[in-house]
Design a protein around this ligand. Structure first.
Ligand code: DGJ
Length: 473
């Protein structure tokens, strides 16, 4: 009995101890289980939401031609040993004779110049093309319009016009001499206007002319040639039946930091300039506009010395901003925003702020266009490390969805040539949203809530055969 008694109490106590430990563990396990179930539910709900039937579950990589584009293509570029004279600017930048690929890119006298800016001979003339080249994009080569002239649509974007079932590509027409207006200022070309090109197949581009032209004489006009007009984008307003162009308007010192608005009855212009302002009263430099599926449109611009982006809805007629504005990617110093949407999630590619020199792109995602926006990392795949760290020596400008291939987009970027801006090139590459994001994300408790945005390097590629240019977007 004594022995029994001796052990009874402690036994009861141990039991009690074990019991409470046990129930704590059960509680914790159930909590974890609930959390996992909740995450699973959210994930399934998220992928099903607004995807439209089977589309949400359709992985782009099930298409063999898209799978081909997802193959990682490496580049082996060797920097040649220094030879001959280097430009004074290159010497100043890096006095020692060790050179990197980026030095070579920025050196006008580099022996590798033809690698980054292949000459006219290798241009693709859509009228005299051999079958092997037809519909193929060669990132970085000179692209010609249907008349054989180099396409001038830098920092641009594409509008799909449902009325005419035609794509319109708008951008900076920079076919003038490059010079420095101020000793320390950025290289520039006087404003000539906004170039417009039309296409049915996204490959053959017909020049429609300059749809918004510079002002030659009135020096106080925003569009006076001595000013800056960059990154024009056009959206169509179904209610007013007007084509509305938004653009970055600045002086040659980039101190005006405003947005300009122009309007037209037709996609191929002419556009009527309405004026400029600082959106929400803030500086605005690199910018874009984004039209959502519900017809609401938004402006996104780099502000506060390019240290953050601002996002806000436009008025119903798209001619102004409303009073609503959110600051996003605060302190991240991003510019060149290009926004797109996939299965109800908003994505954005941005660049860093290094003038005309290339830098690392980042992909961001958000549940609501107004944020919060989360940074997911560098989307570039393939090439080599330097290619990936310089966005393939280019800077984002627009992301265009490919109808019929949910999750597939064309990433449009500019390979700026600061020594001769008119000779800047276009780097278009397949952008695919698929698979889990690389990094655990802040707003998703570490779960791969959003999909990875991947931009695949290819020397030569084409859109999947059978893409339907006329499917409603
Ligand atoms: C980077 C911007 O993205 C370009 O649009 C242009 O403004 C250059 N800076 C000018 O240096």
């Amino acid at each position: 009995m004594r022995i029994k008694n001796k052990y009874k109490k402690p036994m009861t106590l141990r039991c009690c101890d074990a019991g409470s430990r046990c129930s704590t563990s059960v509680f914790l396990l159930s909590l974890l289980g609930c959390l996992i179930l909740f995450q699973l539910y959210c994930y399934v709900d998220h992928t099903d939401r607004s995807g439209g039937g089977g589309e949400a579950r359709l992985h782009v990589s099930h298409h063999p031609q898209v799978r081909e584009l997802q193959e990682v293509e490496e580049e082996n570029l060797n920097v040649p040993p220094p030879k001959g004279k280097r430009s004074p600017r290159a010497v100043k930048r890096r006095p020692k004779r060790t050179t990197t690929l980026i030095d070579e890119f920025l050196d006008e006298n580099s022996q590798m110049r033809h690698v980054f800016f292949p000459g006219h001979k290798r241009a693709i003339d859509p009228m005299q093309v051999v079958d092997n080249d037809k519909y193929h994009y060669y990132p970085g080569r000179m692209w010609l319009d249907t008349e054989g002239h180099p396409i001038q649509a830098h920092g641009g974007g594409i509008l799909y016009d449902k009325n005419s079932r035609t794509y319109y590509w708008y951008g900076e027409y920079k076919d003038g001499p490059t010079y420095h207006a101020h000793k320390k200022g950025a290289a520039r070309v006087d404003i000539i206007g906004v170039g417009c090109y039309s296409s049915k197949d996204l490959w053959t581009w017909k020049h429609e002319g300059i749809v918004l032209a510079a002002e030659e004489t009135n020096e106080t006009h925003d569009l006076h040639k001595s000013n800056v007009l960059e990154r024009p984008k056009v959206i169509y307003n179904e209610k007013t039946e007007k084509y509305v162009m938004w653009m970055h308007i600045d002086d040659s010192n980039y101190t005006k930091a405003s947005v300009g608005v122009a309007i037209s009855d037709a996609p191929d212009g002419p556009f009527n300039y309405l004026g400029s302002h600082r959106p929400h009263g803030f500086e605005s430099r690199d910018m874009t506009v984004f039209k959502d599926d519900d017809g609401a449109a938004y402006i996104i611009y780099s502000s506060e010395d390019n240290s953050e982006l601002h996002i806000g809805p436009l008025t119903e007629d798209y001619l102004n901003v409303t009073s609503v504005m959110r600051r996003v990617l605060v302190g991240q110093h991003r510019e060149a925003p290009a926004l797109f949407k996939h299965q109800g999630t908003y994505y954005m590619i941005t660049s860093g702020c290094t003038g005309w020199a290339p830098n690392e792109a980042l992909a961001h995602a958000a549940e609501s266009v107004m944020g919060p926006w989360e940074t997911m990392g560098n989307p570039c795949l393939g090439g080599n490390k330097m290619f990936r760290l310089t966005t393939f020596f280019a800077q984002s400008t627009f992301v265009l969805p490919i109808p019929g291939f949910p999750g597939m987009f064309i990433f449009m970027a500019d390979r700026w040539n600061p020594a001769d801006l008119r000779d800047s090139r276009y780097v278009w590459l397949p952008l695919i949203v698929a698979g889990p994001a690389d990094e655990p994300l802040e707003y998703s408790f570490g779960f791969p809530w959003w999909s990875r945005v991947s931009i695949y390097w290819h020397r030569k590629w084409r859109l999947p055969q059978g893409w339907n240019p006329f499917q409603t977007m």
